[in-house]
Design a protein around this ligand. Structure first.
Ligand SMILES: [Fe+2]
Length: 341
């Protein structure tokens, strides 16, 4: 129903220059959000808010399809790009996703390196299975979302992103934001070409099967990891439960977002969408040669304060204007899935 986008800005390039430039390689500088698909909404809130100490900054619905599902957002105080994790809550209705090639196989979050012991103790206290290990020069802790999605905490020297201070996690240990994602793929050659020529990422280090790519300066929040697994089968692509659905990279300007779309199309990667209005941001989705779904995302100027005050972010269901008429029906439908409170 809502694939059509509302209130979309006109293409600013049509009035600015009258012509579209081809061959522009956009410099991504960091993440916007990472979206998972989960089964149990309350367990998802407990994981992100209760365990990880993130703020629930928005409670809304998935904007594709007529059947509503919760879409929950977590991040720092303002829900700033680069701190955002989001979840589609599918309950038992969708099939279980198949892990494999072409999927984001792990989400890594940045924490101060001296706080890793705090997190190991915290996981122990909460009964969360975890394991410490080293990769690409960083000390890390592996753990899992209750629906089986792999996560890592990566200890970093410096990360000046402001964390959420409203949880029981001490500010000195709080999660600063996304560190990186790991994309699992059975073939790497064309993916390397795509990341390099298509997205402007710079190849960095390799550690075993995992290679890193950098946006901008390559700090925490500016890294993408590729895990080469030549024997692994293809993973699922669609809306299925308990996988990472897609990863979004932050774009500041409408022109840059459209230039990037044109750039991919000029390379023959035409599996890329027009900007879609997702109420809090505009999204251009593009499929990578590995199969993983990426997104180039430009925030709405008001961000998550568009429809709620800063102090009450995430406190109640918010719907885009074009769905407000359906609110009673949508709430009734959501409650058949699972009440969140
Ligand atoms: Fe997204």
């Amino acid at each position: 129903m809502n694939d059509e986008f509302k209130d979309q800005d006109p293409d600013p390039r049509d009035t600015a220059s009258g012509a579209r430039e081809e061959g522009v390689t956009m410099a991504f500088h960091g993440y916007h959000h990472i979206t998972t698909t989960v089964t149990n909404g309350r367990a998802d809130v407990q994981f992100h808010v209760g365990l990880l100490g993130l703020r629930n900054v928005k409670r809304t619905v998935l904007l594709d399809g007529s059947r509503p599902f919760y879409h929950l957002y977590y991040g720092n105080e303002y829900g700033e790009p680069g701190t955002l994790l989001t979840s589609f809550v599918f309950g038992p209705e969708k099939p279980e996703g198949k892990k494999g090639s072409g999927q984001i196989s792990s989400i890594s979050l940045s924490v101060p390196k001296e706080s890793l012991n705090f997190w190991v103790d915290r996981f122990g206290e909460h009964g969360v299975a975890h394991e410490e290990f080293d990769r690409l020069g960083d000390r890390r802790v592996w753990f899992r979302h209750p629906d089986g999605i792999d996560f890592q905490l990566v200890g970093v020297e410096t990360d000046d992103r402001l964390p959420w201070h409203g949880s029981d996690v001490p500010p000195a240990a709080a999660i600063r934001g996304v560190h990186s994602v790991t994309v699992c793929t059975r073939e790497t050659d064309e993916l390397h070409y795509f990341l390099d020529e298509g997205m402007g990422l710079e190849s960095r280090d390799t550690d075993g099967s995992v290679s890193s790519y950098a946006m901008s300066a390559g700090r925490a929040g500016q890294l993408v990891e590729i895990d080469h697994q030549p024997e692994i089968e293809q993973g699922s692509w669609g809306y299925m439960r308990n996988t990472v659905d897609h990863v979004a990279f932050d774009v500041k300007e409408a022109t840059a977002q459209l230039d990037f779309k044109d750039h991919l199309e000029a390379m023959g990667y035409i599996d890329v969408t027009e900007p879609r209005d997702r109420n809090y941001f505009y999204s251009v989705y593009f499929r990578t040669p590995a199969g993983a779904m990426f997104e180039a995302t430009r925030s709405h100027p008001d961000g998550f304060e568009k429809d709620e005050g800063l102090d009450s972010l995430g406190s109640c269901l918010q719907l885009p204007k074009w769905l407000e008429e359906r609110q009673p029906e949508l709430i009734a439908s959501l409650e058949t899935l699972e009440p969140l409170d």
